[in-house]
Structures are given as structure tokens and as C-alpha cells.
Design a protein. Structure first.
Length: 53
């Protein structure tokens, strides 16, 4: 049960951060780089909560 909650919280956090990155007044290439970093960190967190790491 706690793994499911952890996954849901991680997905919600990634979605909120991606939304906030879109609102930043920065160059589009910087936005893309920030989105890639957020997605990588989100994937690593999800894999960690699933017990892969």
C-alpha cells in the first residue's frame, strides 16, 4: 500500500513541477533542459520506490 502512495505522490510531484517549469520566464531551450531533468529525477524516484535501486 505504501508503494502505491509513494508512486502517486511522485507522479503528482512531477506533474506539478513540470507545470511550474512551463510558467517560468526563461528561454525555451532552458525549459526543455529543466523538463528533462525533472523527468529523469521522477523516473529514478519511481524506480527507487518500486525497489529496483
Amino acid at each position: 500500500m505504501s508503494a502505491t502512495i509513494s508512486i502517486l505522490v511522485t507522479v503528482l510531484f512531477v506533474v506539478v513541477v513540470l507545470y511550474l517549469v512551463q510558467k517560468l520566464p526563461i528561454d525555451s531551450t532552458m525549459k526543455q533542459m529543466a523538463q528533462i531533468v525533472v523527468l529523469i529525477v521522477g523516473m529514478v524516484s519511481l524506480l527507487g520506490s518500486l525497489g529496483v535501486f
